[in-house]
Design a protein around this ligand. Structure first.
Ligand SMILES: Cc1cc2nc3c(=O)[nH]c(=O)nc-3n(C[C@H](O)[C@H](O)[C@H](O)COP(=O)(O)O)c2cc1C
Length: 173
């Protein structure tokens, strides 16, 4: 599939069928995240996969939404700030790296017909506490995954993007 078609096919899916994701599909998605590039190739990520009822119920406390509770699989994509690359001026590139691996996984899921939704508006303390994360491991993205329900469809935001003329400056700002 053409990259632009795949990128358009992915949308934030918030309605899932109540069926588990095939293990081979989960492995493919995780593998596509594993091979993502990262600053200085430091790969400062840790991914927690939740597919069992107990873990899914616990993580829903960090993002209490009915639609999120429907997801049969959830990835908590964390950054290890001890491992991430810092530029000479101190800028920590952990978030950048986490965004890249997450994006790889959302696109891999879309390729398989699996819906996903980025979630950053979660309660960090609750997330860290239910997963018993050490202080150095920051939960940065929660990614819900599931086969889209028949009624699932993209939100109008999906096609609402700035025009190229609004974001591109050639040669000078
Ligand atoms: C970094 C990031 C954080 C997001 N956090 C949330 C979130 O907490 N809850 C949610 O429902 N959607 C969240 N989204 C989904 C965005 O709302 C969505 O990507 C945007 O509206 C464009 O729609 P689309 O993904 O269907 O193209 C997030 C997306 C990104 C990239």
């Amino acid at each position: 599939m053409k990259f632009s078609d795949l990128a358009l096919q992915r949308y934030s899916c918030r309605k899932y069928l109540p069926i588990p994701i095939k293990e081979e599909n989960l492995e493919y998605i995780l593998e596509c995240g594993r091979i993502a590039p990262s600053a200085a190739n430091l790969q400062p990520w840790v991914v927690i996969l939740l597919t069992e009822k107990e873990g899914l119920e616990k993580i829903a406390r960090a993002y209490p939404r009915d639609w999120f509770r429907q997801a049969p699989a959830v990835l908590v994509i964390c950054g290890d700030h001890r491992a991430s690359w810092k530029r000479a001026d101190g800028k920590d590139h952990c978030d950048v790296d986490i965004a890249i691996t997450t994006d790889h996984m959302t696109l891999a899921a879309a390729e398989l017909g699996i819906g996903s939704c980025w979630i950053c508006n979660f309660d960090r303390e609750t997330c860290a506490s239910v997963l018993k994360l050490p202080a150095s491991i920051e939960p940065i993205v929660i990614l819900s995954l599931g086969y889209p329900a028949d009624s699932a469809e993209p939100n109008p935001n999906h096609l609402k993007r700035k025009k190229i003329e609004e974001i591109l400056y050639r040669e000078k700002f």
